[in-house]
Ligand binder design. Sequence first.
Ligand SMILES: [Zn+2]
Ligand SMILES: [Zn+2]
Ligand SMILES: [Zn+2]
Ligand SMILES: [Zn+2]
Ligand SMILES: [Zn+2]
Ligand SMILES: [Zn+2]
Length: 266
Amino acid sequence: MERLDHVPYVNHFSHPHPLYLSNAESLQMTSCYACKLQPHGWMYSCKTCSFTLHISCTQMPNLITHPSHLIHPLTLFAAPPYPGGSFKCDGCGLQGTGFSYRCTTCDFDVHMICATNPMSLAHQSHPHQLNLVFYPPYQTKGFSCHICDHKIGSNHWLYRCGSCEFDAHMECAKSANNRPSPHLQHSNSSPAPNNVNLHQYLQQQKKQRRQQQKGAEEAAAPAAGGAAAAAEGAAAAAAAAAEGAAPAAEGAATAAEAAEGAAAAK
Ligand SMILES: [Zn+2]
Ligand SMILES: [Zn+2]
Ligand SMILES: [Zn+2]
Ligand SMILES: [Zn+2]
Ligand SMILES: [Zn+2]
Ligand SMILES: [Zn+2]
């Protein structure tokens, strides 16, 4: 990513001071405030506080519709509105302190990063595409992860091949082992760069969203957040839905690249 592609500073709602374009190597910070992943490439950073954001993390939509909570739009929060300053993610079940998407009506909170998990991906430990599922389909509400072999007792999102009853933690399914299965071809025949990461994945999503903008605008009902925000949210949902419906090879390859990169970025 070239420096000239980006404005020299931004005012972001999450921070009271302007954030300046800075190279990750020149920064002391060890994580992005929003996603908690390592800084890389160009970042937006405060000159006086230790506050830094990935460029893509400054560009997350304020309002999304997520397939896990279709009844209400989710709003981006820079800080959890709870005493103690953390929230429990309804996606992965872990505590969170960075950016989150939240339904204020239902007290439903998910890590911003969990909300961007691909709807499907491939993992080398299983020959079929794994789909993101929001409830373990068992009476116990728990499942055993076939990748790390650990049981998990509660009601979290998971990646699953339904026909084989193959279940995996989100983190395990996105782990460094992750490679597209041999029969799944990359849609782009050029070798995938090593540093494909979540942020590039988000860029791809954005591109997809733009392509689907027209359809989404027709689908978007006027919502409290305003027509523009609603269109954006609906576009995200449309992109997510389209991703789920995309042919296995293409969807899985894209998702696998993203997961590979996300793991590498840790
Ligand atoms: Zn980030
Ligand atoms: Zn500051
Ligand atoms: Zn989470
Ligand atoms: Zn809700
Ligand atoms: Zn696991
Ligand atoms: Zn399977």
